[in-house]
Design a protein around this ligand. Sequence first.
Ligand code: PGA
Length: 266
Amino acid sequence: MNLRRTLIVGNWKLHGTLAGNQTLLLQLRANLRGLDAVDFAVCVPYVYLFQAQQLLSGSNLLWGSQNVSQYDVGAYTSCISAAMIAEFGCQFVILAHSERRMLRLESHEVTAQRFLRALEGGLTPIYCVGEAQAERDAGLAEEVVKRQVLNMLHSLDDDAFARAKQLNMVVAYEPVWAIGTGQHASPQEAQAMHAFIRELIAARDPLFAKRIRIIYGGSITADNAQEMLSMPDIDGALVGRSALVAETFTQICRIANDLSLKSHQP
Ligand code: PGA
């Protein structure tokens, strides 16, 4: 039996307007009603968290932020703390997205601190890993992802790890070359990397490794969701561009829900 409930997360990135969000969120809320076999969420820009809370409370569409500060409080202009985010009813926080790492806005040390703050705030981290094209071409994909996963695992002492398990932390495998390019990893490539990530986690905690959701991100569309989500170690998707249109995001969510229902049939 699959211990892992599929998770589909929309990552809005730097997109949105109050009026456009209202339409999108209300459509999604209506479209996803009754799809109960899968978890759904949208990670919106900070300024729209209040709107997400207003429009999504009581629905089966959860919400989250796209980052969190490593600080709790103080003279840190423009920072947003985990406690602030939690006040808006957020469940998830995306951490270490490659668009942050590539802009050199975050080191491993900073990400590790943000991870801890997220846990303290009761937020479920979605920790992103993934290699760049040049790294894959050089045969270094596994090595790069291993370093990223181990950096995260090593930064969590036993208490923090226990908290991460309790909050059901998520890993997102997002090959950098697949993000926003229309060129997704093949199901086999992604499956191999997801299984590898699970092994790395199993070295620390074999039981949790069976339970942790490892989701795929990078050019997921309604056309490729079925084949990607059918792989045994792909437990969901982190969806960028296709999450910005109600119709396509709904289609991906429906596919995930149908697959889950099928996999639970006797
Ligand atoms: P994409 O983005 O679906 O537009 O490739 C995914 C992501 O960066 O999370």
